[in-house]
Design a protein around this ligand. Structure first.
Ligand code: UT7
Length: 326
């Protein structure tokens, strides 16, 4: 018995924020952003939109593409670092809006690799043989809400979005072949959100100190990302009994074009096997991989039997890679 992705859907907010727009906001340039990151524009949620809204729209699209109804789902799991609120979980808000009260719903918080972690949780749930047959797995983030729009070191990087997949128990050789997850909590302070949790609840001081915006040591994060994404990819491929040259598609977390390029080079994969859409969306955190999968399905790039390698790295630090026979 295996587990297979049977459908994909995605949603991005309408508003486009270009590098030229950012030039008006902070001391930066289109040239710097493109050369250092590969990003040209990103989407920003409307005032009335939060993570559960993006997640809901992506979920509806994933269900529609497979001809499924919400009632066909046994569970809703959302990977996000920017929930609508600390609780209830964003997955519960999505479940309610889908009208499938009664089904279990919870979030997985694993930073940018949130989708890879959530997918593995769903795979494990489906493998338990305890009655679950089909799970909605969502990666969604609204990083614009925790971005300091006066900090040029970080504000040029992020965008909002959501991607959703439906996974099912499945007999046959297609589906998830292997997953490797990892983490190193000792490096958590290289990328974190200081306030708003139980350590530092919101107060006039935390607001005045801009502690509700994420902080990142970009150069250090970059270094670890390249190393861990290579290691996780190789470990997942080995677990699946495959060699890097057997990969048809590398679908990496879209944090920086240079990280993607370095990862691909270390795996000896040519650019035509690497899916990149960071130019249009920036870093959408847990949404970036399912957002890429959705575009690839839409463009007819993913064909039955192809080997697809997903890999991500982010706050925690956390990292993970999944090998799929599509
Ligand atoms: O999702 C997972 C988590 N996040 C990541 O994976 C992000 C990882 N890190 C990165 O992508 C890169 O480190 C950044 C894109 C954040 C920065 O690129 P970098 O090549 O590491 O630049 P840097 O931080 O070393 O900065 C180089 C220079 C600095 O100026 P000085 O000190 O050399 O004079 C910065 O102040 O570039 C300056 N700089 C900027 N200049 C124009 C930093 N941000 C900007 C900017 N526009 N937006």
């Amino acid at each position: 018995m295996g587990v297979r992705i049977v459908s994909v859907g995605a949603y991005v907010p309408e508003r486009v924020l270009t590098n030229q727009d950012l030039e008006q906001m902070v001391d930066t340039s289109d040239q710097w952003i493109v050369e250092r990151t590969g990003i040209r524009e990103r989407r920003i949620a409307a005032d009335h939109e939060a993570t559960s809204d993006l997640a809901y729209h992506a979920s509806v699209r994933a269900l529609a593409r497979a001809g499924l109804q919400p009632e066909d789902l046994d569970m809703v799991v959302v990977g996000t670092a920017t929930p609508d609120m600390l609780f209830p979980a964003t997955a519960c808000l999505v479940q309610a809006r889908l009208g499938i009260q009664g089904r279990p719903c919870f979030d997985v918080e694993a930073g940018c690799p949130g989708f890879v972690f959530t997918l593995e949780v769903a795979r494990a749930m489906l493998s338990l043989n305890n009655g679950y047959r089909r799970i909605l797995v969502v990666g969604a983030d609204t990083l614009s809400r925790i971005t300091d729009w006066t900090d040029r070191n970080t504000c040029v990087l992020f965008g909002d979005g959501a991607g959703a997949v439906v996974v099912e128990r499945h007999d046959g050789d297609r589906g998830i072949l292997a997953t490797v997850l990892g983490g190193d909590g000792t490096l958590g302070d290289l990328l974190y959100l200081p306030a708003g949790g139980s350590r530092k609840p919101a107060s006039p001081e935390t607001v005045a100190n801009r502690e509700h915006y994420l902080r990142m040591e970009g150069r250090e994060v970059f270094r670890h990302a390249v190393l861990r994404m290579q290691e996780a990819s190789l470990a997942a491929l080995e677990k699946a009994g495959l060699r890097p040259e057997e990969v048809d598609w590398l679908v990496p977390h879209q944090a920086n074009w240079r990280i993607i390029d370095a990862t691909a080079k270390r795996l000896n994969l040519p650019p035509e096997k690497v899916y990149v859409n960071i130019d249009r969306y920036g870093n959408t955190s847990a949404a970036s991989i399912p957002l890429a999968l959705d575009e690839m399905v839409e463009r007819g790039l993913l064909r039955e039997g192809q080997i697809v390698l997903l890999v991500a790295f982010g706050a925690g630090f956390t990292w993970g890679a999944t090998v799929i026979r599509w």
